[in-house]
Design a protein around this ligand. Structure first.
Ligand code: KMH
Ligand code: ZN
Length: 269
């Protein structure tokens, strides 16, 4: 099966002071996503920034980014409902009202680097139910094995549709470390029929992305996850990071999924 490549051009943490090529404003994000689409990405995981480059769940900015991307290419848009550590859940959850094809669902609260990422159980349930109503497919972000158990409880309550679509996030200080052993153990625990990708934060991004692809997962690439192409080699925009994930998929003889193939593989509503 061809690998789904998701571009994550901008996360909630890095700034232009860390890497001046980080896209933050709507036009910049849309251009980066279009370039990734041309290289083989079929999904765009989107974080938004305000005029001061701070993470935001502003619906007007979100609409603008979605429109600018749609004008350029048919890539599938996955809005982050994680948004950023300082944005209240009540604002974050409103993003699904824009009906992106997909959105992230973070099942548990956790320490996240020096901050706290709040996802209280009642709020998570409400968001899962709303996504189900709207037909927005959740990407289930699990940072440790307990997060997987929490997702399975939501499934058992009828709040999630099959196939479950997981991102195994490794390397966040507060979650499981980015090691091959942790990845293999998390994959082993996934329920049958699950679709998954690894999100490897930081310096093990390349090796864990390769292991994930070789083990039957999809891949994510972009400046949300690492600002480096290699030791001492800062990324110059997202192109190199996306290009190397696409190259890995080809070298492993998987190929990369088109938008249509991705819709089928993920059973998007
Ligand atoms: N916003 C971060 C704290 C997501 O995109 O849903 C975590 C995050 C997850 O980026
Ligand atoms: Zn994200």
């Amino acid at each position: 099966m061809p690998a789904v490549i998701t571009v994550a051009p901008t996360g909630p943490i890095a700034t232009k002071a860390d890497n001046r090529t980080l896209p933050t404003q709507p036009e910049e994000i849309a251009v980066a996503v279009h370039r990734a689409y041309e290289r083989g990405a079929s999904v765009a995981h989107i974080h938004l920034r305000d005029e001061q480059d701070r993470p935001t769940a502003d619906l007007l900015i979100a609409r603008r980014v979605m429109d600018l991307i749609a004008e350029r290419c048919p890539i599938l848009i996955q809005l982050s409902t994680g948004v950023g550590l300082d944005v209240p859940f009540a604002e974050r959850e409103k993003l699904v009202e824009l009906r992106p094809r997909m959105a992230t669902l973070n099942p548990c609260s956790m320490n996240f680097g020096a901050g706290t990422f709040l996802n209280p159980p009642a709020d998570v349930r409400r968001l899962a139910a709303r996504m189900q109503e709207l037909g927005v497919k959740p990407e289930l972000e699990i940072y440790d094995t307990g997060h997987l158990e929490a997702v399975l409880r939501l499934r058992d309550e009828g709040l999630l549709e099959q196939p479950l679509q997981f991102s195994i996030v490794l390397g966040v200080a507060g979650g499981a470390a980015a090691t091959p052993g942790n990845l293999i153990e998390m994959v082993r625990r996934l329920p049958a029929g699950a679709v998954w990708q690894v999100i490897a934060i930081g310096r093990n991004n390349l090796s864990l992305t390769a292991i994930g692809l070789a083990a039957g997962g999809n891949a994510r690439a972009g400046m949300e996850d690492t600002l480096y192409l290699g030791k001492g080699r800062p990324a110059d925009g997202n192109d190199g990071l996306v290009g190397r994930a696409v190259a890995l998929a080809h070298q492993l003889d998987l190929g990369v999924a088109t938008v249509e193939e991705t819709v089928k593989q993920l059973c998007l509503p």
